[in-house]
Design a protein around this ligand. Sequence first.
Ligand SMILES: CC(C)(COP(=O)(O)OP(=O)(O)OC[C@H]1O[C@@H](n2cnc3c(N)ncnc32)[C@H](O)[C@@H]1OP(=O)(O)O)[C@@H](O)C(=O)NCCC(=O)NCCS
Length: 197
Amino acid sequence: MILPDGYSDIPAGKIAAIVTHLEMTARPAHRADPAGSWSLRKVDAPALTWYRDLFRRVGENWLWFSRARMSDAELAAIIHAAGIEVYALVVDGRDEGLLELDFREPGQCELVYFGVTGNLIGTGAARFLMNRALEIAWSRDVRRVWVHTCTLDHPSALAFYQRSGFRAFRRQIELAADPRLDGTLPRDAARHVPIID
Ligand SMILES: CC(C)(COP(=O)(O)OP(=O)(O)OC[C@H]1O[C@@H](n2cnc3c(N)ncnc32)[C@H](O)[C@@H]1OP(=O)(O)O)[C@@H](O)C(=O)NCCC(=O)NCCS
């Protein structure tokens, strides 16, 4: 369906976002790591409670709901699938950033989830995490690395990805049931996005 020009009503109880898809088809120029004592840890066969906790701490303020809404069986089927790799950014022994890579499509890598917890935003930790993500992705037999971000994500995300070497190629509108209305996320999450019900 093609939306008409002009304003379109979003039904009460739903959220809406503009999604931008970005890609790179060659290894980008190296960017220096900011100074900081971060490290990356590969998490094989992540425990569901561990994954849910980190996903929530990184994404709740940005209304990340997709994985939070899944049953344990659905979540395990994805994050334990062959070709999915989950990494944690470690700070002072704590997992404070999430990187999930999807190599299931031959020749491609999708950054499925990428983010750091609130205290680390704007500290250089995300640049460290992106440098590691691109090193891992481009060390494999890939021709394309891609990611998408939406207007509910942190406002720096799109420019951050562009500086990282990604080029925008597709724009979509995504509608979804507001995850704060069905118990997926707490009602007071993401106060900057008002609930309209
Ligand atoms: C969106 C997000 C990835 C953006 O990252 P950020 O926090 O602004 O990124 P950083 O602070 O690591 O880096 C920003 C810039 O400041 C620089 N910087 C920050 N602190 C620095 C420091 N102490 N010393 C030197 N440089 C520093 C970085 O090098 C970087 O510059 P560059 O992009 O030109 O290399 C991050 O905010 C985030 O994870 N948000 C929550 C989840 C989210 O929305 N994820 C995206 C969903 S798709």
